[in-house]
Write a protein that binds this ligand. Structure first.
Ligand code: PMP
Ligand code: GLU
Length: 407
């Protein structure tokens, strides 16, 4: 029997017209395709550590398989991992959560989606400061909500102000979705800024706060401060999102976790019970080891990324047309490329927007980067520095050469 499509496709759900594939996941696929065709590509797209999962964590996964920990687990996670998460919050954030205030998911991504899914009714609004991680608005749209994009300008370090937040809040606002350290800009809210933002939220008891802290450990100039450490009064309506993907180089293990009010955690757990059942037991065992074991690997990774950041920022800052602010956290730089707009490539094409620049860099330099438009702010590009120093140096040199050929 042929499986080739011959009939017209059955229409997909209308909600599928509201969303597009994830720009970062598509970029990863594109790089893989080009490489499989034999092209040499330097990849600064996907935000994924180049490092291996630390050996003691990988070993815990191997032992889990050998010991038969290959079953379904409790929907909200295995007790060992939930305890490790509880202790992580006590140890690193001075926050106390009961076990029924914690849930494990198949990546932080699933938990953000689930939290929106269990709370949003049609046209409920979610305030998302831009630049934002590409998946936030689409997750809101898939759940019938309305993303309210709040531009956080470069001049304000890509951070929204308390005033702009207050002006964006309406009776329909359900969430403020905050990501600090931020993907893609690397911005990090200071304690004083958080205090002002939280004071605004205090005045609007119908608004929930979701904080995506997945880059918590990659804070280069100061210790990360969780908003709940600043104002615990918002605990009853704050959901913390985190995971092991970035801190422990465990993207493929797919383990995230959330902490918040028990009623919300229970609803998320119910949704998981009806969708994915639970996260992989093997991965949960490894994640428990990651969170409760020696944390030297995290400190070493942070020091390594800081060096990479400094190198990439210095090299990109030397390229005329690029303005590259130093990110405070995460592992991305987000240079302003407006100085390249209007220039002409050697083949005669005028660069009219950041997407043109992304295509030019890929074609002329073999360097893959992402466009700021995908992150809600045209005129910028995103480069991940979660890659080795040598690649960073070569890639930036190629970009410099490509830029020098523009007229
Ligand atoms: N939040 C942000 C801001 C991210 O960049 C990512 C990266 N994938 C995630 C959440 C999701 O991480 P994961 O699903 O791998 O835990
Ligand atoms: N968060 C990473 C990135 O922004 C991983 C890809 C994704 O899940 O979108 O590149």
């Amino acid at each position: 029997m042929s499986t080739t499509d011959t009939l017209a496709p059955v229409p997909l759900a209308r909600k599928m017209q509201r969303i597009k594939p994830s720009a970062s996941m598509m970029a990863k696929k594109k790089v893989e395709t080009l490489r499989s065709e034999g092209k040499k590509i330097i990849d600064f797209t996907i935000g994924e550590p180049d490092l291996k999962t630390p050996a003691h964590i990988a070993q815990a996964g191997i032992e889990a398989i050998q010991n038969g920990c290959t079953k379904y687990t409790a929907t909200s996670g295995i007790p060992e991992l939930l305890r490790a998460i509880k202790e992580k919050y006590q140890r690193e954030n001075k926050l106390d959560f009961a076990l029924d205030q914690l849930v494990v998911g198949t990546g932080a991504k699933q938990l953000i989606f689930s939290a929106l899914s269990v709370t949003l009714d049609k046209d409920d609004e979610v305030i998302i400061p831009a630049p934002y991680w590409v998946s936030y608005p689409d997750m809101v749209l898939l759940n019938d909500g309305k993303p309210v994009i709040l531009e956080a300008s470069e001049h304000n370090g890509f951070k929204m102000t308390a005033e702009s937040l207050e002006a964006a809040i309406t009776d329909r606002t359900k969430w403020l979705l905050l990501n600090s350290p931020n993907n893609p800009s690397g911005s990090l809210y200071t304690e004083a800024e958080l205090r002002e933002i939280l004071a605004v939220l205090q005045r609007y008891p119908h608004v929930l706060l979701m904080i995506d802290e997945i880059y918590e450990h990659f804070s280069y100039e100061q210790d990360y401060i969780s908003p709940l450490m600043v104002n615990s009064g918002l605990g009853a309506r704050t959901l913390l999102i985190n995971g092991v993907s970035k801190a422990y180089a465990m993207t493929g293990w797919r383990i995230g976790y959330a902490a918040g009010p028990a009623y919300l955690i229970k609803a998320i757990s119910t949704l998981i019970s009806q969708t994915t059942s639970c996260a992989s037991e093997i991965s949960q065992k490894a994640a428990a080891t990651a969170l409760s074991g020696d944390q030297t690997c995290v400190r070493e990774t942070t020091a390594l990324y800081k060096k990479r950041r400094d190198t990439m920022v210095a090299l990109l800052s030397d390229i005329p047309g690029l303005v590259c602010p130093q990110p405070q956290g995460a592992f991305y730089v987000f240079p302003n490329v407006q100085g390249l707009l209007g220039k002409t490539t050697p083949s005669g094409k005028t660069l009219s927007n950041d997407l043109d620049i992304v295509h030019y860099f890929l074609d002329a330099a073999g360097v893959a980067v992402l466009d700021g438009t995908a992150y809600g702010v045209p005129g910028y590009i995103r480069l991940s520095f979660a890659t080795d120093l040598e690649t960073i140096k070569i890639g930036c040199e190629m970009l410099s050469q490509a830029c020098s050929q523009l007229k």
